[in-house]
Design a protein around this ligand. Structure first.
Ligand SMILES: [Cu+2]
Length: 162
């Protein structure tokens, strides 16, 4: 650094100036964005996520969870990724004249200032084509993606009675 500064002072100073400006800019943007992300992250809490135990592979299993939305606006659950299933879809349950029937939906509504319980007989996530057996007590990390709240890395517990 010293050698450069003495042999070509103008070029080195210009370079340092640009880098300092760039670093300052990145830090400023980072500080500007951070409070927004933190607020959105805290407003939406996913807890008690669980999936039933199974000794079969290649089956579909319901994933349920509790979602607390303290944000000022409603949100929607867009998608879920779990390491032990190939796909995930969102389901609602229709109760007509016959037996209740599950129906695929685009997203699950998450109203503001409310706690939403995903349940097998209501809105839930359906994990498709499981890749492995799931033993009672095991835990996995799944990504739950919300439109406003972003991606929540969520611990999912395998339980015999979900
Ligand atoms: Cu379902």
């Amino acid at each position: 650094m010293t050698a450069i500064a003495t042999s070509g002072a103008d070029g080195a100073d210009l370079c340092r100036g640009r880098i300092a400006f760039l670093v300052f800019g990145l830090v400023a943007v980072g500080l500007w964005l951070t409070p927004g992300f933190a607020a959105a992250g805290d407003a939406l809490q996913v807890t008690n996520a669980r999936v039933p135990a199974s000794d079969q592979i290649g089956i579909d299993l319901p994933l349920v969870m509790t979602i607390r939305n303290d944000a000022a606006e409603a949100d929607v659950l867009l998608r879920v990724r779990c390491p032990f299933a190939n796909f995930a879809v969102k389901h609602a349950v229709d109760r007509g004249e016959g037996a209740p029937a599950m129906r695929e939906i685009k997203s699950i509504p998450i109203p503001q200032s409310k706690t939403t319980e995903l349940r097998h007989d209501g809105y839930h996530v359906m994990l498709l084509q499981t890749r492995q057996k799931l033993a009672d007590g095991e835990t996995f990390t799944c990504a739950v993606v919300f439109q406003n709240g972003g991606t929540k890395e969520t611990e999912v517990q395998v339980s015999r009675t979900p």
